[in-house]
Write a protein that binds this ligand. Structure first.
Ligand SMILES: *[C@@H]1O[C@H](CO)[C@@H](O)[C@H](O)[C@H]1NC(C)=O
Length: 149
Protein backbone atom coordinates (compact mmCIF):
# COMPACT_ATOMS: atom_id res chain seq x y z
CA UNK A 1 0.00 0.00 0.00
CA UNK A 2 2.81 2.37 0.90
CA UNK A 3 4.56 1.66 -2.36
CA UNK A 4 1.44 2.24 -4.31
CA UNK A 5 0.95 5.51 -2.53
CA UNK A 6 4.49 6.50 -3.40
CA UNK A 7 3.97 5.56 -6.99
CA UNK A 8 0.86 7.55 -7.01
CA UNK A 9 2.45 10.61 -5.57
CA UNK A 10 5.20 10.34 -8.04
CA UNK A 11 2.96 10.04 -11.00
CA UNK A 12 2.24 13.35 -9.55
CA UNK A 13 -0.85 13.91 -11.33
CA UNK A 14 0.66 17.14 -10.82
CA UNK A 15 -0.65 19.53 -8.37
CA UNK A 16 -4.03 17.96 -8.68
CA UNK A 17 -3.95 17.01 -5.06
CA UNK A 18 -4.74 19.99 -2.91
CA UNK A 19 -7.51 22.39 -2.12
CA UNK A 20 -10.79 21.08 -0.96
CA UNK A 21 -10.94 17.89 -2.96
CA UNK A 22 -7.40 16.91 -2.14
CA UNK A 23 -8.41 13.75 -0.31
CA UNK A 24 -10.97 12.78 -2.91
CA UNK A 25 -8.61 13.18 -5.78
CA UNK A 26 -5.83 11.37 -4.01
CA UNK A 27 -8.12 8.50 -3.09
CA UNK A 28 -9.34 8.36 -6.63
CA UNK A 29 -5.83 7.92 -7.99
CA UNK A 30 -4.81 5.56 -5.24
CA UNK A 31 -7.73 3.36 -6.15
CA UNK A 32 -6.71 3.40 -9.80
CA UNK A 33 -3.06 2.72 -9.09
CA UNK A 34 -4.02 -0.19 -6.85
CA UNK A 35 -6.12 -1.74 -9.56
CA UNK A 36 -3.43 -1.20 -12.15
CA UNK A 37 -0.74 -2.65 -9.97
CA UNK A 38 -2.80 -5.82 -9.62
CA UNK A 39 -3.08 -6.20 -13.35
CA UNK A 40 0.38 -4.92 -14.05
CA UNK A 41 2.70 -5.56 -11.11
CA UNK A 42 6.04 -3.82 -11.33
CA UNK A 43 9.23 -4.30 -9.37
CA UNK A 44 10.05 -2.36 -6.22
CA UNK A 45 13.04 -0.93 -8.02
CA UNK A 46 10.92 0.44 -10.84
CA UNK A 47 8.56 1.85 -8.26
CA UNK A 48 11.45 3.73 -6.70
CA UNK A 49 12.53 4.99 -10.09
CA UNK A 50 9.07 6.35 -10.67
CA UNK A 51 9.16 7.93 -7.28
CA UNK A 52 12.23 9.86 -8.35
CA UNK A 53 10.23 11.23 -11.26
CA UNK A 54 12.11 9.10 -13.72
CA UNK A 55 10.79 6.56 -16.13
CA UNK A 56 12.00 3.01 -15.58
CA UNK A 57 13.52 1.32 -18.58
CA UNK A 58 10.97 -1.44 -18.39
CA UNK A 59 8.02 -1.87 -20.66
CA UNK A 60 5.81 -3.24 -17.89
CA UNK A 61 6.39 -0.17 -15.74
CA UNK A 62 5.48 2.05 -18.69
CA UNK A 63 2.32 0.05 -19.16
CA UNK A 64 1.39 0.67 -15.55
CA UNK A 65 1.49 4.40 -16.30
CA UNK A 66 -0.68 3.85 -19.34
CA UNK A 67 -3.10 1.88 -17.19
CA UNK A 68 -3.42 4.70 -14.67
CA UNK A 69 -3.92 7.34 -17.37
CA UNK A 70 -6.47 5.13 -19.13
CA UNK A 71 -8.50 4.44 -16.06
CA UNK A 72 -8.44 8.12 -15.18
CA UNK A 73 -9.64 8.66 -18.77
CA UNK A 74 -6.68 10.88 -19.49
CA UNK A 75 -5.76 8.49 -22.26
CA UNK A 76 -8.21 7.32 -24.88
CA UNK A 77 -8.71 3.92 -26.47
CA UNK A 78 -6.10 4.71 -29.09
CA UNK A 79 -3.47 5.41 -26.48
CA UNK A 80 -3.57 9.17 -27.03
CA UNK A 81 -3.47 11.85 -24.36
CA UNK A 82 -7.08 12.97 -24.21
CA UNK A 83 -6.75 16.72 -23.79
CA UNK A 84 -10.48 17.41 -23.78
CA UNK A 85 -11.07 14.80 -21.13
CA UNK A 86 -8.41 16.30 -18.89
CA UNK A 87 -9.89 19.76 -19.28
CA UNK A 88 -13.21 18.23 -18.31
CA UNK A 89 -11.60 16.55 -15.36
CA UNK A 90 -10.12 19.83 -14.16
CA UNK A 91 -13.41 21.64 -14.52
CA UNK A 92 -15.30 18.96 -12.69
CA UNK A 93 -12.96 17.80 -9.99
CA UNK A 94 -12.09 21.12 -8.41
CA UNK A 95 -9.53 23.84 -8.22
CA UNK A 96 -10.84 26.53 -6.06
CA UNK A 97 -7.47 28.16 -6.73
CA UNK A 98 -7.73 30.00 -10.05
CA UNK A 99 -3.98 30.36 -10.44
CA UNK A 100 -3.41 26.64 -10.19
CA UNK A 101 -6.29 25.97 -12.49
CA UNK A 102 -4.60 28.18 -15.08
CA UNK A 103 -1.24 26.53 -14.48
CA UNK A 104 -2.78 23.14 -15.05
CA UNK A 105 -4.25 24.28 -18.33
CA UNK A 106 -0.85 25.57 -19.40
CA UNK A 107 0.68 22.25 -18.49
CA UNK A 108 -1.88 20.39 -20.59
CA UNK A 109 -1.16 22.71 -23.52
CA UNK A 110 2.55 21.96 -23.23
CA UNK A 111 2.08 18.22 -22.90
CA UNK A 112 -0.43 17.66 -25.65
CA UNK A 113 2.63 17.48 -27.89
CA UNK A 114 3.11 13.89 -26.73
CA UNK A 115 0.39 13.00 -29.19
CA UNK A 116 2.70 13.99 -32.03
CA UNK A 117 5.42 11.59 -31.00
CA UNK A 118 5.84 8.35 -32.87
CA UNK A 119 5.62 5.31 -30.64
CA UNK A 120 6.27 1.72 -31.55
CA UNK A 121 3.59 0.18 -29.34
CA UNK A 122 0.72 2.15 -30.87
CA UNK A 123 -2.63 1.88 -29.14
CA UNK A 124 -1.18 0.11 -26.14
CA UNK A 125 -0.12 3.54 -25.02
CA UNK A 126 2.69 2.42 -22.75
CA UNK A 127 5.31 4.51 -24.46
CA UNK A 128 3.05 7.50 -24.77
CA UNK A 129 2.12 7.07 -21.11
CA UNK A 130 5.81 7.29 -20.29
CA UNK A 131 6.28 10.35 -22.51
CA UNK A 132 3.30 12.02 -20.91
CA UNK A 133 4.55 11.31 -17.41
CA UNK A 134 7.92 12.77 -18.34
CA UNK A 135 6.34 15.84 -19.83
CA UNK A 136 4.11 16.45 -16.82
CA UNK A 137 6.85 16.00 -14.26
CA UNK A 138 9.37 18.09 -16.19
CA UNK A 139 7.08 20.97 -16.89
CA UNK A 140 4.96 21.19 -13.76
CA UNK A 141 7.53 23.28 -11.87
CA UNK A 142 7.90 25.56 -14.89
CA UNK A 143 4.23 26.51 -14.81
CA UNK A 144 4.28 26.90 -11.06
CA UNK A 145 2.83 23.62 -9.92
CA UNK A 146 4.56 21.73 -7.21
CA UNK A 147 4.85 18.02 -7.46
CA UNK A 148 3.17 16.38 -4.56
CA UNK A 149 5.77 14.22 -2.91
C1 LIG B 1 10.11 -5.52 -16.18
O1 LIG B 1 9.52 -5.63 -14.91
C2 LIG B 1 8.75 -6.80 -14.74
C3 LIG B 1 8.04 -6.72 -13.41
O2 LIG B 1 8.93 -6.55 -12.34
C4 LIG B 1 9.65 -8.03 -14.89
O3 LIG B 1 8.88 -9.21 -14.74
C5 LIG B 1 10.31 -8.00 -16.24
O4 LIG B 1 11.21 -9.06 -16.36
C6 LIG B 1 11.02 -6.67 -16.48
N1 LIG B 1 11.47 -6.65 -17.87
C7 LIG B 1 12.70 -6.37 -18.22
C8 LIG B 1 12.98 -6.34 -19.67
O5 LIG B 1 13.57 -6.16 -17.39
Amino acid sequence: MFMVLKLLLCLCLVGLSYAKSEAEIRNYFIGIALECNKETPISAEDMMTLHQHKIPDNETAKCLLACVFRKAKWMDAKGMFDVDAVHGFLEKEHFDDATKQESSKKLIEICKKVNEETVSDGEKGCQRGALLTMCLTENAPKVGLNLVV
